[in-house]
Design a protein. Sequence first.
Length: 256
Amino acid sequence: MHRYFIYLGYDGTRYHGWQIQPNGISVQQTLMEALATFLRKEVEVTGAGRTDAGVHARMMAAHFDWETPLDTQSVEEKLNRILPPDICVYKVCEVKPDAHARFDATYRTYRYYVTTRKTPFNRQFMYRIIGKPLDFEAMNRAAETLFDYTDFTSFSKLHTDVKTNNCRIMHARWEQTSETEWVFTIQADRFLRNMVRAIVGTLFEVGRGKLSIEGFRQVIEQKDRGKAGTSAPGHALFLEDVGYPENIELKTKSEE
């Protein structure tokens, strides 16, 4: 049995998230159907994680198994011909037989994009802040408290199937990218369902002066989703990158 990684990106606007859903189209389902089209057999695809409905990915990874060796360049080209324009495969490569797109990932990086100006461009990929300006300095001071904790139950969707709500956050900071645009970058070894949007929504409360830095810390410590802010809209959130050990890919003959 041969295992292959697919590195892909997608505009999540019209999808009900990554994971297959009974009531709507998903990225995972679309990718599996594309593979089945030219392999002439249903193939199970496992992703590095789950993105919520409407959330985008500049870089997602997934794996699938096949009985015989495949020409990875041909798989990439065929997938891109079959897949809709809002999903793009960057690379297909053979990996170690026990490599796992989800469990072997060493980090995930998300970015959330906001703007203070109405614009006809990129509006489907940015959240517009209306009214009183946000205090981004206070939001960054609040974000720094995330490094002091590992249990993020307060920012997790309720009744999920995970065994632990512990995550190790490596980076969390707002940066101004233009006069009217800001981006929040957060990196961790893993994320809970809805976690980034819940963190951003709660940081908005800090930025509006409705929640103090100490109040933000208390939200984390209470381990109660009801104490955190409303989840930020998904359309401005991107999974930017997923990291793996360097030796996870098998070398081709040309590389040896």
